[in-house]
Design a protein around this ligand. Structure first.
Ligand code: PEP
Length: 244
């Protein structure tokens, strides 16, 4: 593997303080730091960010958040600001995840605002897009994805898109490699119309495991993976990384 690859662990609302520290220590000790082409990004719950930031500060691991607010500060009870994420050394933020779109009403417009504020603090947004099953079945998935891209992506010089078909998240169902290839190709050519964008990376997310990672990365030509369930298990995530 000679090109830069991103492996993003989305821990979601999992792992307590001691389990997260154990997992981080195993990742720090692992041999994949010898893989300079690999960017390994850990996205824990907000409350874990300060301690994980401290644990990984001299390591090869990078820190990301699972969300941010679209305003810099103010009367937004229960929210966390981009400024704090920056202070704790977050370099990435996952935005527009389908679970946030579903349970927290994150719309395309909101996602766009969040992308803008993240970029303004030099935190790289990882923007999730993905179609529900019915759009895949009736073959209108590219139109669905195009609308998400159109409405979410602002004028910016670099963007990371995570293609996460909703029907694949946590289900064990993975699209064919040709299908992932088609979408990554489509996303890249569509975003080339945005004259501000100089660098586009496309990740795949949805039921990634050590059994399918090699094929996904090699055959569908994505720039990495966004990994939920498999990122919580030390043996599984280390195996995934060892394959790359
Ligand atoms: C996700 O929710 O971002 C995800 C990819 O989950 P999983 O790997 O568990 O399907």
């Amino acid at each position: 593997m000679d090109q830069n690859k991103l492996i993003v662990s989305n821990w979601k609302m999992n792992l307590n303080l001691s389990d997260s520290k154990k997992l981080i220590n195993k990742l720090i000790k692992s041999t994949f730091k010898k893989k300079p082409y690999l960017k390994n990004i850990i996205c824990p719950q907000f409350l874990l960010i300060p301690s994980i930031s401290n644990l990984i500060k001299d390591s090869h691991l990078l820190l990301g958040a699972q969300n941010c607010h679209f305003e810099r500060k103010g009367a937004f009870t229960g929210e966390s600001s981009i400024e704090l994420l920056k202070q704790f050394n977050c370099k990435y933020v996952i935005l527009g995840h389908s679970e946030r779109r579903l349970y927290s009403a994150d719309s395309n417009l909101l996602v766009k605002k969040k992308i803008k504020i993240a970029i303004s603090e030099e935190i790289k947004p990882i923007v999730c897009i993905g179609e529900p099953l019915e759009f895949r079945k009736n073959k209108s998935y590219l139109k669905f994805l195009e609308q998400q891209l159109n409405e979410c992506v602002p004028e910016c010089s670099e963007i990371i898109i995570a293609y996460e078909p909703i029907w694949s998240i946590g289900t064990g169902l993975v699209p064919d490699y040709e299908e992932i290839y088609e979408v990554q190709n489509y996303v890249k050519s569509f975003l080339k119309n945005n004259k501000f964008i100089k660098k586009i990376s496309v990740l795949y997310g949805g039921s990634v495991s050590s059994n399918n990672i090699a094929h996904i990365i090699k055959k569908s030509k994505v720039d990495g993976a966004l990994i939920g369930g498999s990122s919580l298990d030390d043996k599984e995530i280390l195996k995934i990384i060892s394959i790359l």
